[in-house]
Design a protein around this ligand. Structure first.
Ligand code: C2E
Ligand code: CA
Ligand code: CA
Length: 400
């Protein structure tokens, strides 16, 4: 069975699939050219040849019928496999009218094939509403990310979170990075949106949880007395991860495996998840009952509705960097930061300010009564080893 992200090599004249065979995957051409042909009246009729960046073989995996043509490599070819799951998941999630249109189109294309032969992928490119290239790029990017997960190319970086008044370390936030051999170091905002909207969401989310809890146990081992007891790790959880009924079980399994108290783990979520269904709410309540803290990220930037704060129980608010960066220059931003701090006091929540870069921003936040913060002023996100060093330095300076 082909896997997501798998590459296949074919030599010139190799048959990739034959007309009439059952189809379980499609292909994107990474290198080389292929030829599509059908048998008519006992003769091979060439329909077309396709080159780099084009997709073929998708019809069978959409409608489950046999291959309507034969594909052969014209020269040595490297093909990315697109699995049935990659396409069918999207189709199942798509609008019912879109599904209907696709099925009508496929039936027409298949019957046309028998008479006046038409290319299977034409139905996409002829539709001005669908950018074929965009869709192919997305599937290809998803495949690349699957390979990244399999090849262990993701890493977690850790940014220190400080007590602003005493300048002491209180915890870290885990931030994912993709160390790609071809693209270099990739920032999460460039790939996490794709991860979150595809079948990668659960496996990548679980990888993050497993790695973060493993690393937190090392951090605790490197901390002294009081810090070891209190040091926490904030882990970003995407809304879709929280929709998974198995979320809590998995988190509990990696937490207990690494012998960590749930009190030392904060789950960072955004307001978006409040608009999700009952499983999300269930998972959130279960996590809190088990002792995990819930931290509301990017507070005040999104769909912000204060009613969420009364409906859902959270433990911490994060003041977004967009307010912190203007806090010294713009009265409005300062007022918003102040309001967030007041709300959190009234509701008995803690506050973490994000993106503190200067002493002056720090002073302003302290004056407003903000307890905790993170930012380049204290430390950029760093690899685990550097975070452990950060903790140890902290132990020494505290003891001295
Ligand atoms: P976020 O959760 O709001 O993370 C804070 C971002 O601010 C991080 O960007 C961090 O590196 C950056 N930052 C912190 N201090 C400063 C500062 O002083 N100045 C500036 N200019 N930036 C600062 P990063 O690491 O690029 O992450 C971007 C976003 O990607 C995150 O925003 C989060 O939404 C998402 N993300 C990162 N890691 C994960 C993860 O493990 N899981 C999920 N679901 N999302 C993640
Ligand atoms: Ca965050
Ligand atoms: Ca944030």
């Amino acid at each position: 069975m082909p896997n997501v992200g798998m590459r296949q090599i074919f030599l010139a004249n190799d048959i990739i699939f034959r007309e009439g065979e059952e189809g379980n995957c499609a292909y994107i051409i990474e290198e080389g050219r292929i030829q599509i042909s059908v048998r008519r009246d006992g003769e091979e009729v060439i329909i077309t040849s396709l080159g780099i960046g084009e997709i073929f073989g998708e019809m069978s995996i959409i409608d489950g019928q046999a291959r309507s043509a034969t594909a052969m490599a014209l020269e040595p070819c490297k093909l990315s496999v697109v699995t049935k799951e990659q396409l069918t998941k999207r189709l199942h999630e798509s609008d019912s009218i879109v599904k209907l249109l696709i099925s009508i189109l496929l039936t027409r294309i298949r019957s046309n094939n028998k008479n006046q032969i038409q290319l299977s992928h034409n139905y996409l490119s002829q539709d001005p509403l669908v950018s074929q290239q965009e869709a192919i790029d997305k599937i290809r990017f998803e495949s690349e990310l699957f390979q990244a997960l399999r090849n262990n190319e993701f890493v977690l970086y850790y940014q220190p979170i400080m007590d602003l008044r005493y300048r002491t370390l209180v915890g870290f936030e885990a931030l994912i990075r993709w160390n790609s051999p071809t693209r270099g170091f990739v920032r999460p905002d460039l790939f996490m949106p794709t991860v979150e909207e595809t079948s990668l969401c659960t496996p990548v989310g679980q990888w993050i949880q497993a790695q973060a809890t493993k690393d937190l146990s090392k951090m605790i081992q490197n901390a002294n007395g009081d810090l070891a007891q209190k040091l926490f790790l904030s882990v970003n959880i995407s809304g879709r991860e929280f929709e998974n009924a198995d979320f809590v079980n998995y988190l509990e399994s990696v937490r207990s495996k690494n012998n960590i108290s749930s009190k030392q783990i904060k789950l960072e979520i955004t307001e978006r998840i409040f608009m999700q269904g009952p499983i999300t709410e269930d998972n959130m309540n279960k996590c809190r009952e088990l002792g995990y803290q819930i931290s509301l990220d990017d507070f005040g930037t999104g769909y912000s509705s204060l009613s969420y704060l009364s409906k859902f129980n959270v433990d911490n608010l994060k003041i977004d960097r967009s307010f912190v960066m203007k806090i010294t220059k713009e009265a409005k931003s300062k007022a918003i930061a102040q309001a967030i701090i007041s709300i959190s006091r009234a509701l008995n929540l803690s506050v973490i300010a994000e993106g503190i870069e200067t002493e002056s921003e720090n002073l302003h936040l302290v004056a407003l009564g903000c307890e905790f913060g993170q930012g380049y002023l204290f430390g950029k996100p760093m690899p685990l080893d550097a975070a452990l060093e950060f903790i140890r330095k902290f132990n020494i300076s505290k003891a001295a």
